[in-house]
Each structure stands twice: as structure tokens, then as C-alpha cells.
Design a protein around this ligand. Structure first.
Ligand SMILES: Nc1ncnc2c1ncn2[C@@H]1O[C@H](COP(=O)(O)OP(=O)(O)OP(=O)(O)O)[C@@H](O)[C@H]1O
Length: 358
């Protein structure tokens, strides 16, 4: 899926039409190279090699005018359905810096119209659970966990440890860590998993997780913000009586992973040393996501906590993954937008292939 975001740099909206055309009905984007676009000056066009416009199709394209409610209803319904049916699901945003990825995932709590995907998913999940309970008699139990990876050194933090233990001081936490298991794959260990019997309780835990996140600190630096990733997971356990009437129970667990992925990019003025650190470029992050969504055992990049966390959430081949790629229509962002669109298009094609196989 694609969300086109208002660019912070573009004041002139006529210029913004220069490389992107949206056909919302067909869910298609047509991309013109800014140098050869029909809107660019003829002198500019003459000097450039004329590139053929590229057409990309998606499950949904949200323009700048799309409301949060439209984005939420267009993204969460299918994933929630499959999670309640017992499969894992994952929703996350991908894209360049400051394009509104956190806004899409979390939103603002100033009004219900500006709530993002995570609060919306909580409310839809509990609604569907209630319906399913009434219809089938299945028993459900929901638990919530929230972790953050932040900073250049990729610190891993349990965002709900204080809520779970009341007044636990930092340093006393049970020691959350990521473990690579040769059979089960990557696993997060020792994170708090709190029972949420109602949507209100789950929303309360979400608020607590956001408040504990490093980006909520007033003195947070821009680079830290870009390298803060939050994984909020709803664990759904369900049990039902066997139809055989012998009194047996069956059931299982599915998980809904909601990731607020930072943009990872380094602040250029601060990276003159050329050192890459653990930051991934947009391109590298895209390749990691593509490899994991494809079920690859190894990522085409140095393994890090972020790549492990991504493997934990979208590395399961049966996971119903929805990525909302964020692009800006400012010609200055053409190269990054092209990278993002190409990745989103490859994931879209892969998903189509997968659903045909099923
Ligand atoms: N569609 C929108 N409507 C209103 N405000 C928005 C919208 N998109 C983004 N914003 C605002 O723009 C600012 C930057 O957005 P946000 O922090 O969500 O970007 P980001 O892509 O998550 O940034 P980062 O690169 O740091 O991860 C925020 O103040 C956010 O509230």
C-alpha cells in the first residue's frame, strides 16, 4: 500500500504534480522522471534522456487528502481478520525521514479522527473477538507486549516493564534480549506480556509504552528519533471445545505485530566520519524487508538487533504482512520515492503470487 504525504519542503503544489500521477480507482501510480516529465520546462526535457513513465499497481493508494480513518480502515480489516482466524499478522510503515510514518501508525490523540493504525487495530480486534465469541463460543485471551530498539548502539528496551512490576527501577528489569534459535528462529525473550481483557486496557498499555519510549524524552536528538523502532504486539490466545463432544479443547496463539519503524537514515551533518554504524540506508532497510518477507534465512546486510526484530515479526512465511510505503511528491525526493515505490511494488507482486499459491 502507498501513502502520499505532504512534503515539508514543497510549498508549490503545481510543482508537486511533476513526477507523480495517481489513479485511485485503479490503485495505480504513474511515475515520470522529473527531468522528462510533461510538467517540466521544455529546455529541461530536451537536455534529458527521455525516460518512459513507470506504472505501479498496489492494493491501495492513499493520496494527501486521505483521512486517518480511510487509511486505517483500508489497512487493518484484512490483517485483523486473519489474526483472529489464527494466523500471524504484521503492519508497518516504510519510507524516508519525516514523512509521517509515526503519524500513520500511532496518530495523535487530540481527536478520534487523528488516531492511527495501532489504536484503531486494538479497537477492531476486540470488536471482532466479541463477535467471534458470540458466534462460536470460542474463548479468547489477549496479551500485550511492547519493545523499543533505539540509538546508534541499538539498545533494546521493554516498554512495559515498569507497568508490569509497578515501581521497578531501571537496571532491575528481568533482562529482555533477542535470541536466535536454530529451530524456532529469532525470539524475543523476557519481555513483559500483560493481560488486556478489554480494548481500553490494551490502549492504556499503548499509552504507557509510548510514554516510556526514548522519543518521548524532551531532549531526544534527531538521530535518536530516526533510530527508534517500536514493536507493539497483541498476542491472541484462543480455545474452543472440540466438536467431537469428548470434552477436549483445541486452540492456539496468533500475534499481531504493529511496528513503528524509524527511518534509520543518519543526520548528514553528523556523519562526516563516514562511519556507517548500525544505521541502515533506506535502500538497505528495503532489501532486508524484502528478503525477510520472501522467507530468506539470511538478510543481505550485517545482522543487527533491528534485523532480528524484523525477522521475529515478519520472518514467518505465513504472516499476513501489510506495508504502508510513504512517499512525498516533491521532485527533490524523486530518488528516494522511486526506491520506496519499487520495494512496495515488489512486495505487492510477491504477496499476489503467495495468495495464488494458497
Ligand atoms: N498526514 C498528516 N497530517 C498531519 N500531520 C502530519 C501528517 N503526517 C505527518 N504529520 C506531522 O509531521 C511530523 C513528522 O511526522 P512523523 O514524526 O510521523 O514522521 P516520521 O516519518 O515517523 O519521522 P522519522 O523519520 O523521525 O521516523 C509530525 O509532527 C506529524 O504529526
Amino acid at each position: 500500500m502507498m501513502r502520499i504525504c505532504p512534503s515539508l519542503e514543497t510549498a508549490d503544489s503545481s510543482e508537486s504534480q511533476s513526477f507523480l500521477k495517481v489513479d485511485s480507482r485503479k490503485k495505480q501510480l504513474t511515475l515520470y522522471d522529473p527531468a522528462s516529465s510533461p510538467h517540466s520546462s521544455s529546455a529541461h526535457r530536451r537536455s534529458a534522456t527521455v525516460a518512459v513513465p513507470k506504472i505501479f499497481a498496489f492494493d491501495a493508494v492513499f493520496t494527501q487528502d486521505a483521512s486517518q480513518a480511510e487509511v486505517c480502515s483500508g489497512t487493518v480489516a484484512e490483517v485483523i481478520q486473519s489474526v483472529v482466524n489464527g494466523a500471524d499478522g504484521c503492519i508497518f510503515c516504510f519510507g524516508q525521514v519525516k514523512l509521517g510514518k509515526t503519524y500513520t501508525m500511532i496518530g495523535k490523540d487530540s481527536s478520534t479522527q487523528s488516531l492511527g493504525i495501532v489504536p484503531c487495530a486494538i479497537s477492531w480486534l476486540f470488536k471482532l473477538i466479541t463477535e467471534r465469541k458470540e458466534k462460536t463460543g470460542t474463548r479468547f485471551s489477549v496479551r500485550v507486549s511492547a519493545v523499543e530498539i533505539f540509538g546508534k548502539d541499538e539498545e533494546l528496551k521493554d516498554l512495559l516493564s515498569e507497568v508490569s512490576t509497578g515501581s521497578l527501577q531501571e537496571g532491575q528489569s528481568p533482562g529482555i534480549h533477542l535470541r536466535e534459535d536454530p529451530i524456532c528462529g529469532t525470539q524475543l525473550q523476557n519481555q513483559s506480556e500483560l493481560r488486556a481483557p478489554t480494548a481500553e486496557k490494551a490502549a492504556l498499555f499503548l499509552d504507557a509504552a509510548i510514554a516510556a519510549r526514548s522519543t518521548s524524552r524532551p531532549d531526544v536528538e534527531e538521530e535518536e528519533r530516526r533510530n527508534s523502532h517500536m514493536l507493539f504486539t497483541l498476542h491472541i490466545y484462543q480455545y474452543r471445545m472440540e466438536k467431537s463432544g469428548k470434552g477436549g479443547m483445541s486452540g492456539g496463539r496468533s500475534r499481531l505485530h504493529l511496528i513503528d519503524l524509524g527511518s534509520c537514515e543518519k543526520v548528514l551533518s553528523k556523519s562526516r566520519d563516514g562511519g556507517g554504524g548500525l544505521c541502515l540506508s533506506l535502500n538497505a532497510l528495503g532489501n532486508v524487508i524484502m528478503a525477510l518477507a520472501n522467507g530468506a534465512k539470511h538478510v543481505p546486510y550485517r545482522e543487527s538487533k533491528l534485523t532480528m526484530l524484523l525477522r521475529e515479526s515478519l520472518g514467518n512465511i505465513n504472516c499476513r504482512t501489510t506495508m504502508i510505503a510513504h512517499i512525498s511528491d516533491s521532485p527533490a525526493n524523486y530518488a528516494d520515492s522511486l526506491t520506496t515505490i519499487q520495494l512496495a511494488s515488489r512486495i505487492h507482486r510477491m504477496r499476489k503470487k503467495k495468495s495464488k499459491v494458497r
